[in-house]
Ligand binder design. Structure first.
Ligand code: SF4
Ligand SMILES: [Zn+2]
Length: 370
C-alpha cells in the first residue's frame, strides 16, 4: 500500500476511535451551568518576580472543533466538562464568572487566566455580550495586571483583537494558541489539531500588530511520537514560534484526561505518558531563548488523572522543581534532579531507536490496519 493510502487509513481509524470516545463521553451528562467549572491558584511569574495567579475554568458550550463531526484534539478532555453544544444563556457565563471572581482578593493575584474549554474569542462558544461582560469585570479591578485567554487561530481576527485591546486597556493580555507541533503531519496524526502551521503564522501576525501578546502551547510527548522525536519536535517548535514573535512559550506535557483518545491508547498499553526527563532535556536546549518559558500541563478542567512523571521516589521533587521554575525561572532545581529511574528512561529511548519506520507506517501497524 502506498504512503498516501496508509495515511488515509490511519486518519479514518483515528476518527472512528475519536467518535466512539466522544459518544461514550456524552452519556449521562448533567451539569449545572450557573456554576463555574472550577477555579484554582497556581504559581506564576510577573516582571521577573514570583506571583500567584488565579485560573477560572468556565463551563461553556464546548470547543467548536471538538463539537464538529471529525474534530477534537486527541489529548483534550475539556469536552466532558462542557454542555457539548447545548446553548447556555449568555448571562450564565457572566453569573458563573462573577460569583467565582468575588471569592478572590486580587492584591495577592495580579494575573488571571480565563478559560472556557475552547476559544474565548469564538462568539459561538462565548457570546460577545458575555465576553465583553467578563472583560469589563476584570478591567474594573485595578489590581489585576495580566489576563490570559485562549483561542484557536481562526477566531483571532483584527476586529476581535481591537475589542479586547479596548476592553482590557491598560492590562497585559496574552492570547494562548495551541500550535502544539510545528510539523504539519505530526500535528495532524498525533493531535488531530485541525489547523495548519500557516494559520498559526497568520494569527501570530495579527497579534504582533496589536498591543496583545502571543502565548504558544507546545505539546510534549503526544500520541505516537517516540521520546526522541517528541523532544526534538518540542525544541524545534519552540525555536520556530520564538522567531515568529511568541512572547511566551508554554510547554504542555500530556496528562491523562478522561474520555480522550490518549486515555484509550493508554488503557491499551500502547501509549505512555511523558517522563520528567523529557522535559528536562527540552529545557536544557531552550531555556536560553530570550522569551518567557513556562512549563504547563497541570491546568485543566476536568482535572486530569495522571500528569508528567518520573517515579514515586522523585516525582515530588520534579513537581517542586517545575513549580519553582515557573515562579522564579531558576532552572537549577530542574537540572540538578537525579534519580535511578533515569536509567529506565534511557533504556526506553534505546528500545524506541530500533523503530526505524516513518510515523505513518508505524501508526498503521500499531492500529493493526495492515
Ligand atoms: S485542545 Fe483546544 S482546540 Fe483542541 S479540542 Fe481541546 S479545546 Fe479544542
Ligand atoms: Zn525517579
Amino acid at each position: 500500500m502506498d504512503m498516501f493510502s496508509m495515511k488515509i487509513a490511519v486518519l479514518d481509524k483515528l476518527k472512528e476511535i475519536l467518535k466512539k470516545v466522544k459518544r461514550e463521553a456524552s452519556k449521562e451528562h448533567t451539569i449545572d451551568f450557573t456554576q463555574v467549572g472550577h477555579s484554582s491558584i497556581k504559581e506564576g511569574s510577573l516582571d521577573g518576580k514570583p506571583i500567584q495567579r488565579v485560573i477560572f475554568y468556565l463551563r461553556g458550550y464546548g470547543c467548536k472543533w471538538a463539537l464538529s463531526r471529525d474534530g477534537g484534539c486527541l489529548m483534550c478532555g475539556h469536552y466532558i466538562g462542557t454542555s457539548m453544544g447545548r446553548r447556555i444563556p449568555a448571562q450564565y457565563f457572566i453569573t458563573q464568572f462573577r460569583a467565582e471572581f468575588l471569592k478572590y482578593d486580587f492584591e495577592q493575584y495580579p494575573m488571571v487566566c480565563v478559560y472556557n474549554a475552547g476559544s474565548f474569542l469564538n462568539e459561538e462558544e462565548m457570546p460577545v455580550i458575555a465576553r465583553r461582560g467578563i472583560c469589563r469585570i476584570i478591567a474594573e479591578n485595578r489590581l489585576i495586571q495580566t489576563v490570559i485567554i485562549e483561542s484557536r487561530p481562526e477566531f483571532i481576527t483584527k476586529e476581535v483583537i481591537e475589542e479586547i485591546e479596548e476592553d482590557l486597556a491598560g492590562k497585559r493580555v496574552e492570547i494562548s494558541v495551541g500550535l502544539e507541533l510545528e510539523n504539519n503531519l505530526f500535528r495532524e496524526i498525533c493531535i488531530n489539531k485541525g489547523f495548519g502551521f500557516e494559520e498559526y503564522v497568520s494569527c501570530a501576525k495579527v497579534i504582533a500588530e496589536s498591543k496583545l501578546h502571543l502565548l504558544t502551547y507546545v505539546v510534549v510527548k503526544p500520541l505516537f511520537l517516540t521520546i526522541t522525536e517528541s523532544i526534538e519536535q518540542a525544541i524545534k517548535t519552540a525555536r520556530r514560534v520564538f522567531e515568529l514573535g511568541s512572547a511566551v512559550i508554554s510547554f504542555e506535557p500530556i496528562s491523562l484526561q478522561r474520555s480522550t483518545v490518549v486515555e484509550y491508547f493508554f488503557n491499551k498499553g500502547i501509549y505512555s505518558l511523558p517522563w520528567g526527563w523529557d522535559m528536562i532535556e527540552i529545557m536544557k536546549e531552550v531555556h536560553n531563548l530570550p522569551t518567557e518559558i513556562r512549563i504547563g500541563g497541570f491546568e485543566f478542567f476536568p482535572i486530569p488523572e495522571v500528569f508528567i512523571q518520573n517515579c514515586a521516589l522523585c516525582n515530588r521533587e520534579l513537581y517542586e522543581a517545575i513549580a519553582q521554575y515557573n515562579a522564579t525561572k531558576d532552572l537549577q532545581p530542574i537540572l540538578s534532579l537525579q534519580c535511578n529511574c533515569k536509567q529506565t528512561w534511557k533504556a526506553e529511548i534505546a528500545k524506541e531507536l530500533s523503530l526505524n519506520e516513518n510515523l505513518i507506517t508505524r501508526v498503521y501497524k500499531m492500529l493493526e490496519l495492515g
